[in-house]
Design a protein around this ligand. Structure first.
Ligand SMILES: Cc1ncc(COP(=O)(O)O)c(C=O)c1O
Length: 333
């Protein structure tokens, strides 16, 4: 039953106003007139029905909601603790977390080693700005490059840019590609600036990464987005000559689409895409924010592909920090 409740963590489709707390177990039936009989029956069958309206969870949500920008609807449980694959809510109910923080908590919640390291570092040095060197940004960059090369990823990985999230990692990749195109393209009338992404992709919520996330649900409220974004269909190899042109500066693609429903880009498609990128001088960016970091059995999903399909840039985040907010953009030399 926790399974069904946990699934609702990811779905969260009902708008906030329509969402109600279960009254099946704790509220007298006389006050349950707005709840349908079917709903009561369903909730009574669950080991973890949504917290009741008079619960501590509901009280906390009611107290905080007026102060929080209502970005999207959330299910009612309030989580206070995590350990391994489990979460506990404020009512001390235990849930099996099938979402793993949407592919973030790959080592489980509150991995003891990571928790100790974060606590030690918090007592040593938290922040000194990007204006100065610190021992760890460089250590992580070096490790990412060495591990990428050792695992057979990319073709000439040389350097990493470290940031705070997947959206920022993609934002950086887009900016690198735009800058590289400016350096090589002499045209002032129609500069090389287009960014190609694919239907059902998810690349993030900042303006650049959102512009490459062709989903009306996410994009429409914020239009107009950045200019020059074009959308293709994953695995449609025949469309590549017209989709990726000399005006394309970057192609952003998830080798396995995550939010798009675990859609795998075929080896043949990615090989043809990489070839086309090289023909027109476009930067090929693989977004491995969800599918990377050993989720396919190798460090990067693209390491399973023939070398000629390997990218110029790889973006990563999520499991990189196991919950600590961090992202990285890896580039070829
Ligand atoms: C493939 C992919 N790219 C980018 C992002 C955005 O990452 P973040 O939420 O860390 O900004 C996500 C997040 O779900 C993702 O799945």
């Amino acid at each position: 039953m926790a399974f069904r409740t946990s699934l609702r963590l990811v779905v969260a489709a009902r708008p906030a106003a329509a969402r109600f707390y279960s009254q099946a177990t704790t509220v007298p039936t006389s006050s349950a007139s707005s709840v349908t009989a079917a709903q009561i029956k369903r909730d009574a069958a669950l080991s973890h029905p949504d917290p009741a309206e008079d619960s501590a969870s509901a009280a906390l949500v009611r107290e905080h909601a007026p102060y929080m920008v209502a970005t999207y609807a959330r299910p009612p449980p309030v989580f206070v603790k995590g350990e391994g694959s489990y979460l506990w809510d404020i009512e001390n109910k235990k849930y099996l977390d099938f979402t793993a923080g949407i592919a973030v908590n790959s080592l489980g919640h509150c991995d003891p080693e990571i928790a100790t390291l974060i606590a030690q570092q918090a007592k040593t040095l938290m922040h000194a700005s990007n204006l100065y060197y610190n021992p760890w940004t460089g250590t992580l960059s070096k490790l990412l490059i060495q591990k990428t090369l050792a695992s057979g990823g990319m073709h000439d990985a040389t350097a990493a840019f470290i940031c705070n999230s997947g959206s920022e990692a993609n934002e950086a990749a887009i900016k690198f590609a735009r800058k590289a195109a400016k350096a090589t393209d002499g045209s002032t009338t129609n500069p090389k600036h287009e960014i190609v992404s694919f239907l059902n992709a998810f690349h993030g919520r900042t303006m650049g990464s959102l512009s490459a996330t062709p989903n009306p649900k996410y994009q429409a409220p914020f239009a107009p987005l950045i200019p020059g974004c074009r959308v293709g269909t994953l695995n449609d190899t025949a469309s590549l000559p017209t989709l990726v042109t000399p005006h394309t500066c970057a192609v952003l693609v998830e080798p396995i689409q995550g939010e798009g429903g675990v859609q795998v880009a075929s080896d043949a498609f990615l090989t043809a895409l990489a070839r086309r990128c090289r023909e027109v001088g476009a930067v090929l960016i693989y977004d491995e924010i969800q599918c990377g970091l050993s989720r396919t059995g190798r460090l990067w999903a693209h390491a399973h592909l023939p070398k000629e399909a390997h990218p110029d840039v790889v973006t990563t985040a999520k499991a990189l920090g196991n919950g600590f907010p961090i992202g990285a953009t890896l580039v070829n030399g």
